[in-house]
Structures are given as C-alpha cells and as structure tokens.
Design a protein around this ligand. Structure first.
Ligand code: ZDP
Length: 279
C-alpha cells in the first residue's frame, strides 16, 4: 500500500488515497498497526481519501488506537492540500464530507505553493447533550468537575468531536499524562473527550496543550484549538479572533459573527512510502 505522511504543527497523519489503493480489511486494525511509532510508520492518525456522493470528496480518520472520530482539524488541512496537489480535487475551496458534516477548507496559495489552509469548521455545538455530556440541559461553561478529589472548572464544546477546555495558570506545568486520561474517560463523557489546557497570555493570544481522545498527548489539535477559542469567548477571556500557540507553532482561530469557527494554519508534506499490509 502506498501512503503519504503529512503533519499540521506536528500532529501527524498517514494519508491513503483509496481511489488508487483499495484498502482491504479492518481500517481500525490498519490504523493501530501503521500509527505505532516502533512497529509501524508512526502517526497520530490514519486518514482515508474516499469518493463522496454529497460533497467533492470524503475524509475518514482513525485515531492511533483504532477509534474513528467525527472530525480532525489538522488532518483536514493536510487532506485539502493533498487532494489539491495530487489533482484529485483541483479547486482552492473544497467541500469535504466528514462524520461531522461537510467541512470547507480554502487553500491559501503563494504562486503554486500552498502557504496555509483556512478552514470553515462550521458551528460549535454548546448544548450539553450534543457534546455529548451527562447532566441537565444547557451550556457547560466554567462548571466544576471532580476527578479523584481535585476539582477542575470545565467548559465543554463539540466541534463535531467532544472537547473539554480547562483554563490553567501555566500550561507547561500541567501533569497532562496524569489528568488527561482521567478526564478523557470520565463517566460524564459517554463518547469520551479530548482535553485542552489553556493559558491566557493576552486578549489575543493563548498557549495550549492537548490530551487527545484515542491518541494521548499530541503536539497540536485543530478541533481542540477551535474549541479553545470558543471557550475563551464564552468565559469573556479573549477577543473573537486569537492566536493559539501549540507546542510547535500557531493556529489562528476566529469565532465569526455568522457563528462559524474559522481555523487557519499550515499543512506540510513529510514523505511518501510503501508498506506491506499483513494478510
Ligand atoms: O476526537 C478525537 O478522537 C481526536 N483525537 C480526533 C483528532 C483531532 C485532531 N487532533 C484535530 O486536529 O482536530 C486531528
């Protein structure tokens, strides 16, 4: 099977063109094997490029543990660049079918080169049951949650996939491998959750670290940065357009007046390869 490795701010993906290679068997199992950093190619997720009946093209994504999330922000920028550069969809605005609905990235070109990708990520979902999260109807803003005797104030948002945002004084000091998995699998979240730790730097800038559902700590999370931007505004902490500093670079996030969230950031090629799939 041929594949291409790409990344968005170090959140890395194996992309497979299913127009060319018809993947046999169990996608979850293939994702687990190929994403493994010792026995496989190594990546945070596996992305499949598929035909769509409702949009220009369809994306499926699998986490490194084999689970299938609804959406992937960094992944969809890589996906958009790949289908453009490989002449699969030769448009600069691309409608992509995902489990979170149709998402629309726009390639920002510099001559022929794709400089960055701005994605219309759609509307954030704030209603608790739709995140999904247990409890009474309404939004989840600055709500205390107790985890093994420690209380965290959480703001929860769905960007197609679930996010739990926590504001902290120093993102660098969060014991993320300890707290992350406890919140990810907390019984409040029936489909588990991604967890973002946000440090406010100013009205226009925040630092973020992320614990991803089905993956672990990653260098960046696009849907997570969008959820963080929305959470900052719900808590009156920042302007509507902010720069989110991830471990290895920045995303610009805007919650616009039309209620859509826009995410702008890079998508980079790493290498192409070929791998023998087990029988
Ligand atoms: O929701 C989930 O299970 C996430 N792990 C999906 C991947 C999200 C991603 N990091 C992003 O950029 O949005 C790819």
């Amino acid at each position: 099977m041929k594949f291409t490795k790409m990344h968005g701010l170090g959140n890395d993906f194996i992309l497979v063109d299913c127009f060319r290679d018809n993947l046999p068997g169990d996608y979850s199992e293939i994702a687990r094997r190929l994403c493994d950093r010792h026995f496989g190619v190594g990546a945070d997720g596996l992305i499949l490029i598929l035909p769509s009946e409702t949009a220009d093209i369809r994306m499926r994504i699998f986490n490194s543990d084999g689970s299938e999330p609804e959406m992937c922000g960094n992944g969809i920028r890589c996906f958009a660049r790949y289908v453009y550069e490989n002449n699969i969809v030769r448009e600069t605005t691309i409608r992509i079918e995902t489990l979170a609905g149709i998402i629309v990235p726009e390639l920002i070109l510099e001559g022929e080169r794709v400089r960055s990708v701005k994605v219309d990520m759609g509307e954030p979902q704030l209603e608790r049951a739709l995140i999904p999260m247990q409890g009474p109807p309404g939004k989840v803003v600055d709500e205390p949650v107790s985890v093994d005797g420690t209380t965290y104030n959480v703001t929860c948002i769905s960007m197609g996939n679930p996010h739990c945002v926590i504001f902290v004084p120093d993102a660098g000091k969060v014991p993320i491998t300890d707290i992350g998995p406890r919140l990810e699998t907390h019984p409040l979240f029936p489909r588990k959750t991604n967890v973002e730790f946000i440090q406010i730097l100013s009205k226009n800038e925040v630092d973020m670290r992320v614990w991803e559902r089905g993956v672990g700590e990653t260098l960046a999370c696009g849907t997570g940065a969008c959820a963080a931007g929305v959470a900052c505004i719900l808590n009156n902490l920042t302007a509507k357009k902010i720069t989110v500093h991830l471990v290895c670079g920045d995303l610009v996030i805007e919650w616009a007046d039309n209620n859509h969230v826009y995410m702008t950031g890079p998508a980079e090629h790493v290498f192409r390869g070929e791998v023998q799939l087990p029988d």
